[in-house]
Design a protein around this ligand. Structure first.
Ligand code: PRX
Length: 647
């Protein structure tokens, strides 16, 4: 093993073959079919993707599937299409015209269902509103909204006229809005008075007002009335959505856009420095979102599909809106928190709409475990046929709980690895054919060529941890970082020549299954052993008392780095004897090298708003340093102070 490889210590031998009934009906139903697709896509990407692209409606056919090499690639060159046409209009000439496209549930319990025809009408009207307000093709439009149908309508309206949307998660501050407005030079913002979260209003319009003082490019503001709270409306700048929509024509032909037309910008935080404006384009992104939705979720017309992600994240873009709608599916959209008005809200929604496919994040799953089995056990979850996970490595014990308590031991679980930058799922089980292993995202999808390499780019063998790279371009890859192409090249392609480096560590086991070990920035180096934080965390979570844990290194005189474990318990407060027990538990399951130096019990961990643990901040606490660097994505600022007090 090379010196910079990451040692893997996680032992996981459980394996779950797909149920035969699932395989029989699946879109991809044999390993041979997968292998044939995968090899074809690797050896003849143009032939493979050219054929697959026929799943989209093109106004003008492309001349060339792929032009250029990573990092500078163009897909479906010369082709013209429109995303809103592909998500809406083409279904209107089929039986799907009156099928539910979006089934929305507000946190207070209000509901709204939009059929494809109704959604189409709203989108066309709002596209005309945007035009009336001076938005033209190529302009950037910021969407800073709660999880309400108007957000999906606004996205699709932008795509209809060729405006590039930039969605900012509704929990971000006015400064974050101003920075992103400035970076994108946005011309217009769509927002709301506020939205509902845990029974309280999260206001949005006041933050927009504040941001506008610092982001002069924005000329107009459209405000959806959601909560009815008081807002200040500035004449000739601010307009109510409902006023603008009234009397507006629903006739708005979809613009014929170039395949490489900028579809959206989505800001994602780097560990330091200003957020990166990941840019996705039209044809390649939509094809990726559509096909991965179909393959990975095995989506069928009769399914009711629910991805719980907020549309402010890429998961919501690709798997609440674009992927499902391009497939003509019924997509559930829920406004609020999973524990409001009670901890069974998600399970209640599954029972109510008879949800078949459910896609959520490990951070949520760990919270469900903490809240207790009595919540899911109260509801009928028998409609579920497939479960998904995204956003972080899922700890094997959390996987097992999901499988047993939510999936009733009958639903395959797709643990999907991907990133904002990849646009769509890259590595994931295919539920009809993959024997899953808890904690592994298994094998790459057709068209995805990955490797695990050293920092010199040399391939590593089975069970050697290293850098997860992608070696062949794929249609839904990011094209640039908005306004900073050099940074795009440096960040993703600067480390290893000709390869996209994702920032994650991983290993492949003897079956070729991929195990993501977390961000390489988080790797521990204990007495010369490079260990994955995720593996120590998973071992802690396998102890019955532990709900969640975050492991970081801190400077240690003898070992270089010591191991500090922040632990939240399922119930009660920890004591010295539990600390000893946990230390022994890790030592027994992993070995002496991973023996924790410190266990710190805490009630909560600092997380980004999308649920990822911010280990960087915990490293500062473990080392007794003040936190420096960007904390704008932190969900709850008080947690840092609390963690320091709990020392
Ligand atoms: O570290 C990986 C982790 O989340 C990162 C991407 O985050 P983001 O751009 O916010 O996109 C989230 C939705 C795709 C990755 O670099 N990650 C995501 N999914 C998984 C994962 N880590 C392990 N297993 C996954 N299934």
């Amino acid at each position: 093993m090379t010196s910079n490889a990451i040692e893997s210590v996680l032992q996981e031998t459980r394996k779950f073959p797909p149920p035969a009934e699932f395989t029989t009906q699946a879109h991809i139903s044999s390993v041979e079919q997968y292998e044939e697709m995968w090899n074809r896509a690797k050896d003849d990407p143009a032939g493979f993707w050219g054929e697959i692209s026929q799943n989209l409606d093109w106004f003008q056919p492309w001349q060339k599937v792929l032009e250029g090499q990573m990092p500078e690639t163009k897909w479906f060159v010369g082709g013209k299409l429109n995303v809103s046409h592909n998500c809406l209009d083409r279904h209107l000439t089929t039986w799907r015209k009156n099928k539910a496209a979006i089934v929305w549930e507000g946190e207070p319990g209000d509901t709204r269902t939009l059929t494809y025809q109704e959604l189409h009408r709203e989108v066309c009207k709002f596209a005309n509103v945007l035009k009336k307000l001076g938005v033209v093709s190529g302009d950037r439009v910021t969407l800073y909204m709660p999880m309400i149908p108007e957000l999906a309508i606004a996205m699709l309206a932008c795509t209809r006229i060729g405006a590039t949307h930039s969605i900012i998660f509704g929990g971000f501050s006015s400064d974050a809005v101003a920075d992103r407005n400035n970076d994108a030079q946005a011309k217009l913002i769509v927002t709301a008075d506020g939205g509902w979260r845990r029974g309280k209003e999260v206001t949005l319009k006041p933050a927009v007002d504040e941001s506008l003082a610092k982001s002069p490019s924005v000329e107009k503001v459209v405000v959806v009335k959601r909560t009815g709270s008081d807002v200040t409306m500035v004449p000739d700048r601010d307009y109510w959505w409902h006023d603008l929509m009234e009397g507006t024509s629903a006739d708005c032909p979809a613009a014929e856009l170039d395949s490489e037309h900028p579809l959206f910008i989505l800001y994602t935080s780097g560990s330091t420095g200003k957020p990166k404006g990941v840019l996705h384009t039209t044809g390649g992104y939509l094809l990726g979102a559509m096909m991965t939705t179909k393959w990975v979720f095995d989506l069928k017309d009769e399914d009711t599909y629910w991805c719980t992600a907020d549309i402010g994240w890429v998961t919501g873009h690709s798997y609440v809106v674009y992927g499902p709608l391009a497939n003509g599916a019924t997509s559930i959209m829920y406004e609020g928190a999973p524990n409001w008005p009670h901890e069974g809200r998600f399970w209640e929604i599954i029972e109510k709409y008879r949800v078949n496919i459910f896609y959520t994040a490990p951070t949520a799953i760990r919270a469900f475990i903490k809240w207790g089995d009595q919540w899911p056990n109260k509801y009928d979850l028998s409609s579920l046929r497939l479960l998904g996970s995204v956003g972080e490595p899922i700890n094997p014990e959390a996987w097992m709980w999901y499988h047993r308590v939510i999936g009733g031991e009958r639903c395959p679980i797709v643990d999907t690895w991907w990133q904002t930058e990849t646009g769509g799922i890259m590595v994931s089980p295919l539920p009809g054919i993959t024997a899953t292993k808890p904690g592994s995202c298994t094998r790459p999808l057709p068209g995805v060529v990955i490797d695990i390499v050293t920092d010199k780019g040399e391939s590593l063998g089975p069970n050697q941890g290293g850098l997860l790279v992608i070696k062949q371009p794929w249609p839904s890859m990011l094209r640039t970082l908005y306004g900073d192409h050099q940074r795009f090249k440096d960040v993703y392609f600067g480390k290893l020549d000709g390869m996209y480096f994702a920032g994650d560590g991983a290993r492949r086991d003897e079956d070729g299954y991929c195990w993501v070990m977390g961000r390489v920035d988080d790797v521990l180096n204990v007495a010369g052993h490079r260990l994955s934080t995720m593996e120590v965390e998973s071992t802690l979570v396998s102890h019955p008392a532990v709900a969640e844990s975050a492991v970081v290194g801190f400077p240690h005189e003898l070992k270089g780095e010591g191991i500090c474990c922040f632990v939240t318990l399922k119930t009660g407060a920890g004591d010295e004897s539990l600390k000893k027990e946990l230390i022994n538990h890790v030592r027994k399951l992993i070995g002496a090298v991973a023996t924790p130096d410190q266990i710190r019990f805490t009630n909560s961990l600092p997380k980004t708003r999308s649920g990822k643990i911010m280990r960087r901040l915990l490293r500062d606490i473990a080392a007794g340093r003040e936190s420096v660097g960007d904390t704008t994505t932190l969900e709850d600022y008080n947690i840092l102070a609390k963690l320091r007090d709990e020392e």
